[in-house]
Design a protein around this ligand. Structure first.
Ligand code: GTP
Ligand code: MG
Length: 137
């Protein structure tokens, strides 16, 4: 597929990096299909990351993701899921390559600035979680 889903996480919103991150995404050639600022309740954050519910960091992750606003977006580019995961870099910013968004803007493995879908199937599910069909331009 040519679409992926991303979120600018609460740490990057709070530290004032949302504009720079969106600018980088646009300059890398992604077309914005849908975009909104919103805030996840603990319940919604728990649903979004339900795949991780048995992991030791799940509680911390849900608390963090519901701690402030996020920007959610659907992005379009050839090979979107894989190219976007390359652009954001490793989950742990200490292990992220030079030039990646997480290397530049993330503070820690938990508070790592951005989300990127890990498969075409999840990109669709995650996009549907935030956006109605009328919100996709
Ligand atoms: P996402 O794009 O957010 O899904 O990140 P990812 O695909 O690179 O990582 P993964 O799906 O494995 O983990 C989801 C999120 O859980 C990460 O982005 C982190 O925010 C958080 N997380 C992962 N591992 C840890 C950890 O060891 N400690 C804490 N506190 N959070 C973690
Ligand atoms: Mg993931």
């Amino acid at each position: 597929s040519n679409r992926t889903f991303t979120m600018i996480k609460p740490d990057a919103m709070k530290s004032g990096h949302a504009g720079a991150i969106l600018d980088r995404i646009i300059k890398e050639g992604y077309r914005i299909v849908a975009l909104k600022m919103t805030r996840l309740s603990e319940t919604k954050a728990g649903e979004f990351y339900a795949v991780h519910k048995e992991r030791p960091f799940y509680g911390e992750l849900v608390e963090f993701m519901s701690s402030g606003p996020v920007i959610a977006a659907i992005l379009e580019k050839e090979n979107a899921v894989n190219s976007f995961r390359t652009l954001i870099g490793a989950t742990d910013p200490a292990k992220a390559d030079e030039g990646t968004i997480r290397k530049q803007f993330a503070a820690s493995v938990g508070e790592n600035a951005v989300h990127g879908s890990d498969s075409d199937e999840n990109a669709l599910i995650e996009g549907d979680f935030f956006f109605s069909s009328l919100e996709r331009i």
